[in-house]
Design a protein around this ligand. Sequence first.
Ligand code: HEM
Length: 124
Amino acid sequence: CSPVKPERSLYDRIGGNAVLTAVVDETIDKVSQAPKTSRSFDGVKLPVLKESIVSQLCSLTGGGCQYEGETMENAHADARITNAEFELMVDAMRTALDHQHVGTREKNELLKILAPMKRDIVAH
Ligand code: HEM
């Protein structure tokens, strides 16, 4: 047996599906209602969107889910998402992660995974 304990997945350290679901719920509720970010959510089925994002985050953090949605480029192209909208969504997620008492290290690990997605999500 190895003397080095394998690190638990980010998914487990965050608190699994219960915490991810709560974080995504709060984030999407916030950005779909806030005047500066709401416009692209008009007519979008929020429960379906939330489920898709939870499955994507579960997959990205090593929770073993299979994300079956669109690429980030395809999912956001029509909305012409701005840099400001992207940053506001990341802020909303940071706040939601704090509300769920996700650790600083885990929070930063997750935000680091999301940061490079900006180039596919923000229109240019
Ligand atoms: C790190 C940032 C983001 C992540 C990880 C993310 C993730 C996702 C995912 C997984 C989907 C579902 C794709 C599918 O099921 O096929 C989606 C769709 C969507 N996202 Fe994002 N997103 C991000 C940023 C944003 C921002 C900044 C906005 C707007 C302010 C936004 C608005 C939307 C909308 C409106 C949809 C639904 C599109 C549709 O159903 O036609 N997203 N996003």
